[in-house]
Design a protein around this ligand. Structure first.
Ligand code: HEM
Length: 405
């Protein structure tokens, strides 16, 4: 029997129950996805293998890709140009060598050193939001007041969004997420408005480059003719989309999980140098991206985990299954904040491994630590059964998290 895919989560703290059965059955399992049959990659070793095999493509225009963008009618010249314009700089959907050209330009912006320099700014953002929560008073929705606002304001600083535009920026990012953008008219409209806004931001930097990510790329790459205007707009859009919903979901979800583990939370409060390990474990445990970013297709016949995969066959790596593989993680279903395992695939693996991972780690660590330091009485209002988890969204999280302190 061919399983249908995607499979729903039934419990907020575990991947779909079927993942465990599939993982024990085989490293690659056939399933029927909306776009046709695919291979699901269930185990950690094969997940890493697939994610770094140069014969496997992530480009949605490669024949057989599980999210292949096929059009019902041949594209007009204008439609083709518009599609190219929107694709420019979106290197998450490109294969090497094209992918590497763009990624390399951004690597220095997300290095360990650069992120260390960003930490005081992230701390300021986090403290400012907690000040606002204290002013407004208890209770609050932690998703709205804190979780989504942290990455939004951090990306504003990174890209050099002027202070006066922050409300516009935040309201558009908020409308873009929470739904699956491609299925929501309002989400699509907000994304188009955001694209236009970033287009203007890049144009302004082209006139007068400031000392921020966009300004530096203009000064070094645009001026040297190594980067087009549209590609730079596309890169900023990608950073926004890739970094916002992910971090914005992880913050409230992590807070909720930490509050459910009071013994481990108390240990962290007593020894705050444990926060980096705790962040890694929360990322592994929740695997909020699961398969969404891991859409791939074989470009030639090959064998993976003893299974023959033919050229043109699509696949999804199940990150949430790989991260619970008992071959790699002891007691994988247990939350162990001192586990210290960094070989999870919550940030992917191989050439597309999350470019913003150092930044994401810093944001999560500062957000969790500061929140529990400054609001020692923080608690969830109501029971877990009343909470609204994002079972229907591509990236897992909470729609809202009512808290008091
Ligand atoms: C908890 C937070 C985050 C999670 C769980 C996450 C997860 C991921 C994953 C799984 C991928 C791999 C996609 C693939 O294999 O195709 C990825 C790629 C990427 N992420 Fe993140 N991410 C997070 C935060 C961020 C942040 C804060 C930024 C930047 C502001 C960012 C920027 C990117 C970019 C640009 C890529 C594409 C890299 C490439 O294709 O070379 N991410 N992320």
């Amino acid at each position: 029997m061919t399983r249908s895919f995607p499979l729903p989560r039934a419990c907020p703290f575990a991947p779909p129950a079927e993942y465990e059965r599939m993982r024990e059955e085989a490293p690659l399992v056939r399933a029927a996805a909306p776009g046709g049959n695919v291979w699901l990659v269930t185990r950690h070793a094969e997940a890493q293998q697939v994610l770094c095999d140069p014969r496997i493509s992530t480009d949605p225009t490669t024949p057989g890709h599980p999210l292949a963008r096929s059009s019902e009618h041949p594209l007009s010249e204008e439609e083709r140009r518009e599609r190219e314009r929107l694709r420019a700089g979106q290197f998450i959907d490109m294969d090497p060598p094209e992918h590497d050209v763009y990624r390399r330009m951004l690597i220095p912006e997300f290095s360990v050193r650069r992120v260390r320099e960003m930490r005081p700014g992230i701390q300021e953002v986090v403290d400012g939001l907690i000040d606002d929560m204290l002013k407004q008073g208890s209770p609050a929705d932690l998703v709205e007041a804190f979780g989504l606002a942290v990455p939004s304001l951090v990306i504003c600083r990174l890209l050099g969004v002027p202070y006066a535009d922050r409300d516009f920026f935040q309201s558009r990012t908020r409308r873009m997420i929470g739904t699956n953008v491609e299925e929501s008219e309002d989400g699509m409209l907000a994304a188009a408005e955001m694209w236009d806004y970033l287009d203007g931001l890049v144009a302004e930097a082209e006139r007068e480059p400031a000392d921020n990510l966009v300004g530096r790329l203009v000064a070094t790459r645009r001026k040297a003719g190594a980067l087009s205007h549209d590609a730079l707009v596309g890169m900023t859009f990608l950073l926004l989309v890739a970094g916002h919903e992910t971090t914005g979901n992880m913050i409230p979800l992590g807070v909720h999980t930490l509050l459910r583990a009071p013994g481990q939370l108390a240990a962290l409060r007593a020894a705050p140098d444990g926060w980096p390990d705790a962040v890694e474990e929360l990322l592994r445990y929740h695997s909020i991206v699961d398969w969404v970013a891991f859409d791939r297709v074989a470009t030639e016949d090959m064998e993976i985990g003893g299974q023959v995969v033919r050229a043109g066959e699509g696949m999804f790596v199940l990150g949430a299954s790989a991260n619970r593989d008992p071959r790699v993680f002891d007691r994988p279903d247990e939350l162990d904040l001192r586990r210290g395992a960094r070989n999870h695939v919550a940030f992917g693996y191989g050439v597309h491994q999350c470019l913003g991972q150092n930044l994401a780690r810093a944001e999560l660590e500062i957000a969790y630590r500061t929140l529990f330091e400054r609001l020692p009485g923080l608690r969830v209002v109501g029971d877990d059964e009343e909470l609204s988890f994002k079972y229907d969204n591509l990236v897992f999280g909470l729609h809202a998290l009512p808290v008091a302190w």
